[in-house]
Write a protein that binds this ligand. Structure first.
Ligand code: G6P
Length: 581
């Protein structure tokens, strides 16, 4: 909402959050007392070309990119959704779990539906309330009381071109406070070009914004006073600079980000370590790439610090609560701090009286705000859908915590690590050639032993996310228990095998693979004849090997994606922030 036409601003904002990987988009504005909605399927640029979103008139409007949950990817199911009376339009992130009974009730009262989405019921419900109260904020607040599930909502009212209302529960919603401009968005990136002053809404709060005022009420309707905070991320951090894609830019930032991750507020790492040492039980939980960082932490906690820790993927924590209770510590890894599975796990942990210590990149995120202790990754915004620099930053922070648990005064060696990452990045051209050679393969395997097994899983995940090739990562010892049956002539198998006590066993596995025709791609500081291809990574302290090994794996996934002509900033079926369960 602004003093000028907003469609152009909204379109820019949409493009900034499109990296999340959504499938359709739309926009609604109010002008001269009428509400206009345009929407469609595909990328924002395609929809703009076909529907000219940026030409919608008006000084107030909203826009949305969708990642389908209820209802297929169609024009009708794209947001915004207007009520049948045309009085109200909404956009929504999340899932309304009780939309079926709500829809039945609305239909029996004569409401007509145009989409198959769960979201559309919200527009109709608010319309009913608004007709009664003529108060945008009250109508939205009353409606949210009837919703089950998760939501971040923005609502427009056709006869109120001066107001927009937002509401949230378990999905992020942030107010951007500008000069004669006000924003509601699920990510600061959407408005950071216009303002870095933000107000983070809490669960069950409803906010009404005008171009120069914000009013927030809690679930009971009582006014909440909250001052804007400044977000630290510079706009320059979210441009692609000279790189072809965000993913490539972020991979190349790692010599710097492993260093910035190592700079933590004095005493914070030790506080984490103390909590872990004193805990009755320790759980480590996360999703996707962040989970792999958690596995690495567990390995060192068990092996070196003799601290027992259980790793459970966040979406499953509820099912593993045998040792979760008062006195437990739950360590949570998350780049975004907004992943729904992760927040669900946190809710369960808190319900059972456990304390939550998180390692997170987004400082103002829900996870950061709801944790008992927070360590930040300090690696700047990660735009590429595949996590790259946030993973290596997580490994840095996890190691600092384990070192502190081990009683080491301070972790060191970060300068050498940063130089090693620069060195590792030099494999870029070699990896690009490998990607060209293997781009038509349909299956890839990643194996390793011990600590590195989690990196093998991460390599497989990267390849799947970016290049859509089937890939599996597992401990090398596990190969013979089934997977070897799938190895045939030319099957690429990446083996992570740093020099050390497990090297010989891994080389035996490599021999077994070669005997079955596999092309073994060795990633190591030491060459061996059994490797068909060898990617040299520098020798580093053992705790840092995952960081230098991750570099060629990230580059492999990236180049494979480019070789197969996928766009690594726009993967299908994936979203960077998965804010639904
Ligand atoms: C999504 C992404 C993954 C990511 C995971 C966890 O599924 O596609 O790449 O690792 O979420 O994200 P988080 O922000 O919690 O680290």
């Amino acid at each position: 909402m602004a003093e000028e036409p907003v469609a152009g601003i909204l379109l820019e904002g949409l493009k900034r959050v499109e990296y999340r990987g959504y499938d359709s988009a739309g926009m609604a504005t109010i002008s001269d007392g009428s509400l206009a909605v345009r929407k469609g399927v595909g990328r924002v640029s395609e929809i703009e070309r076909a529907r000219r979103l940026s030409e919608l008139p008006g000084n107030i409007g909203m826009a949305h990119t969708r990642w389908a949950t209820h209802g297929g990817v169609t024009d009708e199911n794209a947001h915004p959704h207007a009520s049948c009376g045309g009085l109200v339009a909404v956009i929504h992130n999340g899932i309304i779990e009780n939309y079926i009974p709500l829809k039945k009730g609305l239909s029996s009262r004569g409401h007509r539906f145009r989409s198959e989405t769960d979201t559309e019921v919200v527009a109709h419900l608010i319309e009913d309330e608004y007709k009664r109260t003529r108060d945008p904020l009250r109508a939205t607040l009353a409606t949210t009381k009837r919703l089950k599930g998760q939501y971040a909502l923005a609502v427009l009212f056709q006869d109120r071109p001066d107001v927009m209302v937002g509401a949230r529960k378990d999905a992020p919603l942030i107010v951007g406070v500008g000069q004669e401009k006000m924003f509601l968005a699920s990510d600061v990136l959407a408005f950071i070009e216009h303002t870095d002053r933000t107000i983070f809404l809490d669960n069950f709060e409803v906010a009404e914004i005008t171009k120069d005022r914000v009013r927030i009420v809690g679930p009971g309707g009582r006014e909440v006073k909250r001052k804007p905070t400044q977000v630290a991320w510079e706009l320059s951090d979210v441009s692609k600079s000279d790189f072809a894609h965000y993913t490539l830019k972020e991979i190349n930032e790692q010599p710097r980000t492993v260093l910035s991750a190592s700079v933590q507020e004095p005493g914070k790492v030790e506080e984490f370590a103390r909590a872990i040492r004193k805990a009755k039980s320790v759980y480590i939980t996360a999703s996707g790439t962040s989970y792999h960082a958690g596995l690495l932490m567990k390995f060192r906690l068990n092996k070196e610090a003799k601290v027992r820790a259980d790793t459970v993927v966040a979406g499953e924590l509820k099912e593993h609560k045998g040792f979760l209770g008062k006195g437990s510590v739950v360590v949570v890894f998350s780049q975004s701090g907004e992943t729904a599975d992760v927040m669900d796990a946190v809710k369960e942990a808190k319900k059972r009286g456990a304390r939550v210590y998180s390692v997170v990149n987004a400082a103002g995120s829900t996870l950061a705000r709801e944790s008992d202790g927070v360590l930040l990754l300090n690696c700047g915004p990660e735009v590429g859908v595949a996590a790259t620099k946030s993973f290596t930053a997580q490994v840095v922070v996890a190691n600092m915590v384990v070192d502190a648990v081990l009683g080491k005064k301070r972790s060191n060696g970060f300068k050498e690590l940063s130089e090693a990452v620069t060195e590792a990045l030099k494999c870029d051209e070699q990896v690009r050639d490998l990607a060209e050679k293997y781009k038509h393969r349909t299956d890839f395997y990643f194996v390793a032993r011990g600590y590195e097994s989690a990196v093998a899983m991460e390599g497989a995940l990267k390849l799947k996310e970016l290049s859509y090739i089937h890939a599996e990562g597992m401990p090398a010892s596990e190969l013979k228990h089934g997977t070897l049956a799938l190895i045939e002539r030319g099957t690429p198998v990446v083996l992570l095998n740093p020099s050390g006590e497990l090297q010989a066993d891994s080389l035996s596995n490599a021999e077994e693979l070669r005997a079955r025709g596999a092309d073994v791609i060795g990633v190591s500081d030491a060459k061996a004849d059994v490797y068909k291809h060898f990617i040299r990574v520098p020798k580093v302290q053992q705790k840092f090997t995952p960081i230098v090994e991750a570099i060629p794996l990230q580059l492999l996934a990236y180049h494979m994606s480019v070789a197969r002509r996928n766009d690594p900033d726009y993967p299908r079926n994936l979203a960077k922030s998965v804010t639904v369960k």
